[in-house]
Design a protein. Structure first.
Length: 163
């Protein structure tokens, strides 16, 4: 009981860290993005507008997704986040380590992990695209759909998931 009280007392006194004008965080903070951001450009603009922080780099699972100073990084800005981030169909979110610079151009050394929620593709668009590809790949049958082709398509997609 004494240990629990002591730990709770310490948790209340966790120091806040100022990372930008009017933006304080703790070591336990996590920022979440659930909707409204589809491209890398939207992501960068969101943090600039909301927190006056410039995104200088994004890492996912130790892999560099974006680095503002690298040549060609501007070409990635219009890309969809779902294209840039590695995730499976069943994965609901990706945790990102993002580095920022503040309004004065100084590196922000402490920033919370950003949990980016993946939007599920609508079932109507994915089913129509798969039926189109079935028709396109088919070599037999009047209607362009034979059982063999469908099996090959399913097998290929399960292979792609493993990559």
């Amino acid at each position: 009981m004494l240990l629990t009280t002591t730990l709770l007392g310490r948790c209340k006194s966790i120091a806040k860290i100022n990372i930008a004008k009017g933006v304080d965080i703790t070591l336990w903070d996590r920022w979440e993005i659930k909707k409204g951001i589809s491209t890398l450009e939207d992501f960068v603009k969101y943090y600039k507008d909301k927190y006056q922080l410039e995104v200088s780099g994004i890492c996912q699972d130790g892999r560099m997704v974006y680095m503002a100073l690298m040549p060609g990084s501007a070409k990635k800005l219009p890309m969809k986040m779902r294209e840039l981030l590695r995730h499976t169909e069943d994965q609901k979110y990706s945790d990102l380590v993002v580095s920022f610079t503040d309004a004065d151009g100084k590196d922000v050394t402490e920033a919370p992990v950003i949990r980016f929620y993946h939007r599920k593709k609508s079932s109507s668009s994915s089913s129509s695209s798969s039926s189109k590809s079935d028709k396109h790949k088919s070599g037999g049958g009047k209607d362009g759909k034979d059982g063999k082709d469908k099996h090959k398509h399913k097998h290929k997609s399960s292979k792609d998931k493993a990559k």
